[in-house]
Design a protein around this ligand. Structure first.
Ligand code: ADP
Length: 594
């Protein structure tokens, strides 16, 4: 029982695990999607903030460019224009602490006006403090621009005396070229914006979440990154290899190739999106260069560590495991119990079958004892012949011995013959004894023709007395069947006796019973057909039940026993009305292996 129940229980427990795994998998996919959605929201807000921030810088730049004081300066003939411009810029920078500096650089590269933010205490740079910026990239590049075009420097760190100023001061310079009345280039107006303000604003969006927000420049250097030591790599010779490109080459390749996306990296889920800060410069709608805002970009990215996702899933896994931990043993135990119950049920059935078979054997035995009368008639007939022969041989031998002149060799022959006849008697008696034995079913390869002959022989005296023609139709070469000789003879005896009784009510010329054998596939079919009135329709459906009889002296056990015997041999007892009236009872037995 355990050999079935344990694997079955385990298999069911495994099956039960499937919905749990599926649920976990779906939840994981959902959680991942949820995480991605929220990362994308953060990136979108950060993107908008970056674009807005740069747009407001550009708008301020244009405002300064259009001021009267600037026009005066460019005309070059207004006395005190430079001072007025300086005063104007001082007010402007005081009101807008986001700027580190506002400056006008002459066409020769020398600063003309400069106001420094000076950490919230803006000052106008006096003449000695003015510097030469002719070699600065942003100056040179802006000088090449057309009217209205804006130059945006990379987000960079302020240098002091050739080295990075400490603490680090990120700065973003927006510049326009200045043109004189004749269209000649007169210099550059530059507004330096505190990059720290942008970075702080961007980082605020990721605050409280599980992920970090990064800002990367076009070379893959972190402007805001996972760790301060990794940031501004391009500004420090010893950090020049600290790029995302070096750390996560595949992710970087994707970032370069796609505008937005998600990459699985060793550290976690990297969601990225490219930002074009110039794309939000609404004030430049009339400026030709702004038609290509995509020339300048940053990459915003969030890194959601694997641990953050798995932490979310760990809770669910714990719950699922707990539920599974409770249900699986229940299922396992239930399976064991059910299997045990059904095994017990099967044992009861088998026990019931065994008892039924025993009962059948008992009944068959009783049934046979009832038939002994017929057998005895038949036996008396059979025994009579050898006994008569024995008596004759004995008398001849006695005579020969008494005369004293007898031939001894002849006496010896008679004695041998007596022995043989006695053997025949003994075989007949043995047959009877076997017939009435009670016992277990013992299937052996059996010649059904022989059994039929035996039964027909036993019933013939009765048939003769009732003037019933009893015929046998057995084709030659039938294979042996596997069956219990005595029980099959018994079943056949019951059927043939019923048939003889049934035809007895018919006029004597119509009284006919035929026992026939036929091979059908691997079975031999035995049928008993008679020319009687056929089975009473009132017995329909109950014919093979016990104690069903229409005969005044009948017991109603014959067909019930016959059916039990046939079924015990794996066959089925059938009743069919004969086409010409009368009854046909038949059953089949499997042939024994050749
Ligand atoms: P019994 O012979 O003691 O009545 P059976 O179980 O052998 O018990 O038969 C049950 C009944 O089936 C019989 O009483 C009879 O009505 C019917 N029967 C059996 N064999 C035949 C047959 N060959 N022809 C018509 N009726 C039959």
């Amino acid at each position: 029982m355990l050999s079935v129940a344990v694997p079955l229980g385990l298999a069911l427990c495994l099956l039960l695990a499937l919905p749990f795994l599926l649920h976990y998998h779906l939840e994981e996919t959902r959680a991942r999607q949820h995480a991605l959605d929220s990362e994308n929201r953060v990136l979108e807000l950060a993107q908008q903030a970056a674009v807005q921030e740069v747009a407001s810088v550009l708008s301020d730049l244009r405002f300064l460019h259009e001021q009267n004081e600037m026009r005066d300066l460019l005309r070059g003939d207004a006395p005190g224009a430079r001072e007025r411009l300086a005063a104007e810029y001082l007010t402007f920078v005081s009101q807008k602490p986001r700027y580190e500096q506002a400056a006008v650089i002459g066409a020769d590269g020398g600063e003309v006006v400069r106001v420094d933010g000076n950490d919230g205490r803006p000052t106008v740079a006096g003449a000695p403090a003015l510097q030469w910026k002719g070699d600065c990239a942003h100056f040179q590049e802006t000088m090449r621009l057309g009217r209205g075009e804006v130059h945006l420097s990379p987000l960079d760190l302020i240098l002091q005396g050739g080295a990075v100023q400490m603490p680090l001061k990120p700065v973003l310079r927006a510049s326009v070229a200045l043109f004189g009345a004749g269209g000649e280039r007169r210099g550059v107006l530059t507004l330096s914006y505190h990059g720290r303000r942008l970075l702080t604003r961007l980082r605020a969006y990721a605050q409280g979440g599980a992920s970090q927000l990064w800002l990367l420049n076009e070379q893959g250097y972190w402007l805001a990154g996972p760790d301060p030591a990794l940031e501004w790599g391009f500004a420090f010779p010893e950090r020049s290899d600290r790029t995302l490109a070096a750390r996560e080459p595949e992710a970087w390749e994707r970032i370069r190739a796609e505008v937005a996306g998600t990459v699985d990296t060793a550290d976690g889920l990297l969601t990225f999106r490219r930002v074009y800060p110039l794309a939000g410069d609404a004030s430049a709608s009339d400026a030709p260069a702004m038609a290509s805002p995509h020339r300048y970009s940053w990459t915003l990215a969030t890194l959601l560590p694997h641990a953050a996702l798995s932490k979310r899933m760990a809770g669910l896994a714990g719950t699922l495991l707990a539920v599974y931990g409770v249900t699986a043993p229940l299922l396992f135990g239930g399976t064991l119990w059910l299997t045990y119950r059904s095994a017990r049920g099967r044992a009861r059935l088998r026990e019931a079958q065994r008892r039924e078979r025993e009962r059948m054997l008992e009944l068959a035995h009783a049934n046979r004892l009832a038939s002994v009368g017929e057998m005895a008639t038949q036996m008396a007939h059979q025994v009579n012949q050898p006994l008569t022969a024995i008596v004759t041989y004995c008398a001849a031998a006695q005579r020969s011995l008494q005369s004293g002149a007898g031939d001894l060799s002849r006496v010896r022959e008679w004695v041998d013959a007596i022995g043989e006849e006695a053997q025949r008697v003994s075989a007949i008696v043995r047959g009877l004894r076997e017939f009435v034995r009670r016992g277990k079913m013992a299937p052996v390869p059996l010649d059904l023709g022989e059994v039929v002959a035996g039964v027909v022989g036993a019933l013939r005296p009765d048939a003769d007395r009732r003037r019933v023609k009893l015929g046998v139709e057995t084709p030659a070469g039938l294979p042996a069947v596997l069956a219990d000789r005595v029980l099959v003879a018994q079943a056949l005896l019951n059927l043939v006796r019923n048939a003889i009784e049934a035809v007895s009510v018919e006029p004597s010329e119509r009284r006919r019973v035929v026992v026939s054998l036929a091979l059908e596939g691997d079975r031999v079919v035995v049928s008993v057909a008679d020319t009687g009135p056929g089975v009473d329709p009132g017995l329909a459906g109950r014919l093979f039940e016990s104690f069903v009889t229409t005969k005044p002296e009948g017991l109603g056990m014959g067909l019930s026993i016959t059916r039990s015997i046939v079924e015990a041999h794996g066959g089925q007892l059938r009743y069919d009305p004969a086409p010409s009236g009368g009854a046909v009872f038949s059953f089949s037995l499997r042939r024994s292996a050749p």
